[in-house]
Design a protein around this ligand. Sequence first.
Ligand SMILES: [Zn+2]
Length: 124
Amino acid sequence: MYIDNDIFSAVIVAAKELYPEIDALIHWDPTLSGDGFKEKVGRALTFQKPYYGYTFFPNDDMEPIPIVGISPHIKVTAAAEVLAHEFAHVVVGKDAGHDRTWSDAFSAIHKRANEIMVRVMAEV
Ligand SMILES: [Zn+2]
């Protein structure tokens, strides 16, 4: 058994095609935010920002690759977009933030993943 239209695999394949030098450990992190109505209202009432993902860059050789955390409490398509967002951070490095190089990397990964999904959906 397998998922025949796995959007996460599309994002991973897209990132590896475009940036073969990058690597990361992807982790479903249950401590991250959800996007349900109750959680949104709760955050609004307490002025909290949602956190759907992160990229942790290791400081030493014990953890040689970045760790990408993704919320398991959001829609699958949103989680795939967060994965592309965090991969763009891996591409541009720890200090780049959301600058133009990050934006270009995110757009490239997002575009390529969508192309892969269009091709996969045509085959299903
Ligand atoms: Zn970011």
